[in-house]
Design a protein around this ligand. Structure first.
Ligand code: PHE
Length: 469
């Protein structure tokens, strides 16, 4: 039995395999699936992007997901310590733990701006709660507002640094509430309650939206593959999105894997997690685009797809305010189970590093992430002229929030994933790997080939293309 940070009591862990699956799916399913996937698919030409995305999940994402969970399960401790243990048992340099250290930093950086966006979601929940009273339940949402009025909601929010700060901090507090209560008593509880509720809302809204008339248009849009649209840029976007969506490269799945019992088959479980995450991304497309197309709106627009286009679309939809409210509550649930995962990574690292108890450690991490979040919130208004890494051409002209996003997405996450694949594929003792991954025969060989060759090569190309392309 491994002990917790006090060295005496047994280490906390998932109470069952189902709890692990729900928590890992909760980590994977988030703003990435609901905001970024539809926006990227929309911006990158639909079907070609979607097909290549699925290809990336299966051949690159899934092998790395299994690599991360097996490092964690083997180590039964924080991400860095788990890598260090596997390295020591493989007689390799202890510096490999740096791959997890990089992940811990990335998770913290993403956490900071993720909670700001979580705050936006809270704002829209508020807008649609208020709207229930003004527009009523049967008619369209935002009754009496002109198209210009609706278009002004999102920019007005982004201008309001104070409001964003308050909402960000509320989101951080909700997140730390679950993290501070521990793995089985907090993180798991959030996943076990919120994920089923999320699935019900997603299916309900999708089915309702499908009757709006634009469902076949959406199918054509998402699944007609035009290979001329598969440019290097589109491929790059697809790989990056696949990694972000599966929560890879930030030591998150090493951390969650470290709470998994010895009896769980990791290969099968990882496949379930990847399947669920990808299904949610696709269903999110089938949920959002019919609503957008039925209102005659455009599928492009990045973050604006959710925070600007959809509110317009809810206006012309029967029972629009109810659907709008349900929609943003659903997004909030997904974002929360992901922010919990992001906060758990630095929390579990710090608990072990400084031998501290969970509650104060989680609160300290939350406070720091909150502060960086405040800076991010103001980077869209008062601080918009401040470009922290502006002296590096790659990050020129980016404010605080965009810098956090870019540095992690373009460099830290793919580099973390390359190191993970190389470590598991080449460095770690094969007997340790065989004992953990739950694979044998041809599948084991295929997996080993993917982590040794395909993942590092493709990911290195991604990093280089991101820098020089
Ligand atoms: N996978 C999450 C999403 O799609 C984001 C995330 C990344 C969560 C890394 C945890 C760790 O929104």
């Amino acid at each position: 039995v491994t002990t917790g940070s006090d060295g005496i009591t047994p280490r906390d862990g998932w109470s069952s395999r189902t709890a692990f699956i729900l928590a890992a799916v909760g980590s994977a399913v988030g703003l990435g699936n609901l905001v970024r996937f539809p926006a990227e698919a929309g911006a990158n030409g639909g079907g070609a992007f979607v097909l290549f995305y699925i290809f990336c999940i299966v051949l690159i994402g899934l092998p790395v997901l299994l690599s991360e969970t097996l490092i964690g399960r083997h180590g039964q401790s924080s991400a860095t310590e788990s890598v260090r243990r596997m390295a020591a048992e493989s007689k390799a340099s202890r510096y490999w733990e740096g791959l997890a250290g990089l992940g811990v930093i990335s998770a913290f950086m993403i956490l900071a701006f993720y909670c700001v966006i979580g705050g936006w979601v809270l704002y829209y929940i508020g807008v649609f709660v208020g709207d229930l009273f003004t527009s009523g339940v049967t008619g369209g949402a935002l009754a009496g507002m002109s198209a210009e009025d609706i278009s002004a909601i999102f920019p007005a929010l982004l201008e309001n640094g104070l409001l964003m700060t308050v909402l960000d901090l509320v989101f951080v507090v909700i997140t730390v509430y679950f993290v501070a209560r521990g793995v089985s008593g907090g993180i798991e509880i959030a996943a076990v309650w919120l994920m089923p509720a999320f699935f019900i809302l997603l299916l309900g809204i999708t089915i309702y939206g499908a009757f709006g008339g634009a469902f076949s248009e959406t199918l054509t849009y998402l699944f007609t593959v035009d290979f001329t649209k598969l440019t290097p840029d589109v491929m790059l976007a697809a790989v990056g999105q696949a990694f972000f969506s599966l929560s890879l490269g930030v030591a998150g799945m090493i951390t969650y894997g470290s709470y998994v019992g010895r009896d769980v088959n990791l290969a099968g479980t990882s496949a379930i997690i990847a399947f669920a995450d990808t299904s949610v991304a696709l269903v999110a497309g089938l949920c959002i685009f019919p609503i957008v197309f039925a209102a005659g709106l455009s599928s492009e627009g990045g973050l604006g797809l959710m925070f600007d286009t959809l509110p317009h679309a809810f206006q012309s939809m029967p029972a629009g305010s109810v659907i709008g409210l349900a929609f943003f509550i659903m997004v909030g649930f997904a974002a929360l189970t992901s922010s919990v995962a992001l906060m758990e990574v630095p929390t579990s690292w710090a608990m072990e590093k400084f031998k501290t108890r969970r509650m104060p450690t989680a609160i300290a991490i939350a406070t720091l992430a909150g502060l960086l979040g405040v800076a991010s919130a103001y980077s869209m208004n008062a601080l918009s002229g401040f470009h922290p890494l502006g002296f590096i051409p790659l990050f020129e002209g980016l404010g605080i929030m965009d810098t956090l996003d870019s540095v992690t997405a373009k460099l830290f996450m793919p580099i973390g994933a390359i190191l993970t694949a190389v470590f598991v594929g080449w460095i770690a003792d094969k007997r340790l790997i065989n004992g953990e991954n739950g694979l044998d025969g041809g599948l084991h060989k295929l997996w080993l080939f993917l982590v040794r060759w395909l993942c590092p090569v493709v990911l290195t190309l991604i990093v280089l293309f991101g820098i020089f392309g």
